[in-house]
Ligand binder design. Structure first.
Ligand code: NDP
Length: 294
């Protein structure tokens, strides 16, 4: 069976480089996608409390029959649950829905720049959960350099991961360098540029001529080339699909290698245009969502 390389986090925990994402996967599709992915060899699943499908991720894992210690399950705390006590409770809600005692990686989904005090308290709760052995690693998502700097200055444990938007059209090179300086792993969301197409974008990564040319030269697809690019540049990537054939395709990336010239050609596709929301625009007023109990 195909496997992907393991990445070692800054606390020594090992994480599979490639995982399945389940953002916008309906509850029913989530069960079958997770089940199909595990059957293909995936051992990392990325979900979030705000995707409202943690219960189905747990169900897909259980149906697969895989041993719990063979899986790496990652989820995220939504901003409505920021604050020390609220974030400790958010762990109980997520772990309960996923049906696990220990989470492999727990992230803060977003910085809350307008309430950074709450963001810091939420992160301190993650530190407590790590100390108590409830989570094996902790991290953040969508933190920009200024948010990371404030976090590092005010908390004790360097995040293991910052999960950020990275695909050929939006690469955040300066932020990735900051991660490298601090031993923070970059995990790419929308790693095959899903956000360039599912929001009706005009410039779809899947149609990019440079990617299609490289793909043809290797007998691979544009998606596979993008995932191989993440792997060779040292990132984790969590492509989402609910289609078994694409789930398999996205994992079939270990039998070819991109040249330095090809990597550079993909690096040169960066437009600097973000597909997702500006992290500074996320506020409790605009993005508050009730996360149900387990
Ligand atoms: P992706 O880059 O993974 O692209 C997913 C889209 O591409 C879907 O529409 C999927 O459709 C389609 N697709 C999947 N595989 C292929 C393929 N081989 N060829 C052509 N099309 C394909 O985008 P996402 O935004 O979903 O990001 C991946 C994951 O990252 C999310 O699921 C989530 O876990 C995480 N994420 C985190 C965010 C954060 O704020 N931290 C924000 C956004 C995402 P179909 O399912 O029909 O195959």
């Amino acid at each position: 069976m195909t496997t992907t390389p393991l990445l070692t986090l800054n606390n020594g925990v090992q994480m599979p480089a490639i995982g399945l994402g389940v953002f916008q996967s309906s509850p029913e599709d989530t069960i079958t996608a997770v089940y199909a992915a595990i059957g293909q060899g995936y051992r990392l699943i990325d979900t979030a409390a705000s995707y409202f499908n943690e219960r189905q991720v747990g169900e897909g894992v259980r149906r697969s029959g895989i041993a719990r210690d063979q899986m790496f399950v990652e989820t995220k705390v939504w901003i409505s649950d920021y604050g020390y006590e609220a974030t400790l409770h958010a762990f109980d809600k997520s772990a309960g829905k996923l049906g696990v005692d220990v989470l492999d990686l727990l992230l803060l989904h977003q910085p809350l720049p307008s309430r950074f005090d709450l963001t810091l308290d939420a992160y301190r709760a993650l530190e407590k959960l790590l100390g108590d052995g409830k989570v094996r690693a902790i991290g953040v998502s969508n933190f920009m350099p200024e948010h990371l700097q404030r976090l590092l200055a005010n908390t004790s444990i360097v995040p293991a991961v910052n999960q950020i938007e990275v695909h050929p059209y939006f690469q955040q090179a300066a932020l990735q360098r900051l991660h490298a300086d601090h031993g923070i792993l970059t995990q790419a969301w929308s790693p095959i540029g899903g956000i360039t197409s599912y929001r009706g974008g005009e410039k779809r990564s899947f149609d990019d001529p440079t990617l299609l040319k490289i793909a043809r030269d290797h007998g691979k697809s544009a998606a596979q080339v993008m995932l191989r690019w993440h792997l060779q540049e040292g990132r984790s990537a969590i492509p989402k699909s609910i289609k078994p054939a694409r789930i398999a395709e996205n994992f079939d990336i270990v039998d070819f290698a991109l040249s330095t010239g090809e990597l550079a050609a993909i690096d040169a596709l960066d437009t600097g245009v973000r597909g997702g929301p500006e992290p500074d625009k996320i506020t409790l007023e605009t993005f508050k969502r009730e996360i149900p109990e387990a």
